[in-house]
Design a protein around this ligand. Sequence first.
Ligand SMILES: NC(=O)c1ccc[n+]([C@@H]2O[C@H](COP(=O)([O-])OP(=O)(O)OC[C@H]3O[C@@H](n4cnc5c(N)ncnc54)[C@H](O)[C@@H]3O)[C@@H](O)[C@H]2O)c1
Length: 359
Amino acid sequence: MSQEIVKKDIATIAKNLGEEAKKFEGKTILMSGGGGFLGKYIVGTLAYLNDNVFSKPCRVISVDNYITGARHPHFNYQGRPDVLEVWADVTYPLPVREDVHFIINGAGLASPVYYKKYPLETIEGTVFGVKNLLELARKNKDHLEGFLFFSSSEIYGDPDPKAVPTQETYHGYVSSVGPRACYDESKRLGETIATIYEQQYGIPTTIVRPFNVFGPGMSHNDHRVLPMFAFRALNNEPLPVHGDGHQTRTFCYITDAITGFLLVLLKGKPGHPYNIGNDENEISMKDLAELFTSLFDNKISYDLIAYPETYPAGEPQRRCPDVSKARNDLGFTPHVSLKEGLEQFIEWCKNDPSYTQGN
Ligand SMILES: NC(=O)c1ccc[n+]([C@@H]2O[C@H](COP(=O)([O-])OP(=O)(O)OC[C@H]3O[C@@H](n4cnc5c(N)ncnc54)[C@H](O)[C@@H]3O)[C@@H](O)[C@H]2O)c1
């Protein structure tokens, strides 16, 4: 059943992409962070297109150092001739000798608990990672069709309330020495480097700034709020809400998000950043805990707790994207409501042993 949810999601992404997806036909795509939550879905989408749409398959080179990523049976591409999964650390140059047409740079440490634990790896993986992959792009310049850098909505820091919903033109309010700086500042510098390669070398780079994506495949011990709530709820434990619970986020279901990311790669203006998220479901963490409680027939409770030591201080108070640039340039529209997405995600978690047996 839970594998069916993943298969249905991937088919939805392929359908959403429509004719645009044909740009990948017969091409070679390198995906860094291919063992992560988003990477697994992107590799899965390309494998699905090979099986169901393309006459000439694309080739996928998925690289990951598995610092946080992990293999999952629902995303098993082992033994497929069209998908090569390799252990590699993007902090160092990658010895790729074949021609590459698209590079998707998704490697990173996305969860605050992990980037607090590995601050230098976070900086090096992002800054050296983007530079190394852009150098690979330069080697492939004659045939390279797109380079996508995964930045983050965190580059906006804790935005001025007047700048929420946040447009790409907002420059951000970020500390260079604060507890989140390793992530925020390295993503900002990554964007700068990607922009320079576009300006100086004509590499067709685009930048995506995702706003809290969720869905099947997120690890139960990822420490991001939705898998953490799902794990707690399925184990009959109260949901911990940090602080007063008034801080807000928007959550974008995986099918909408992956469609948006791939549209940025395939149709985005070179050198441009794009927000991708769901602009219609901003919710406070307290209301999110209440929504979760209702989805579990009010059989679970939540507690307001002090921020744990493991969590980097200074989290943004409000986070909501303005996605009009992606709507206008790419035809991007998020379709899945928070409630619908959560129902899918919880159904998947219920059937994933790591959520129910806590290993
Ligand atoms: N998921 C979101 O909501 C979200 C929001 C904003 C930004 N992003 C960004 O999108 C990208 C993908 O996010 P995700 O949710 O899939 O995260 P994830 O943590 O699930 O996956 C990232 C993957 O990158 C790998 N990795 C880390 N450092 C590496 C290195 N030096 N070399 C090779 N692999 C390395 C990890 O092992 C992991 O498998 C990240 O760059 C993240 O910062 C994600």
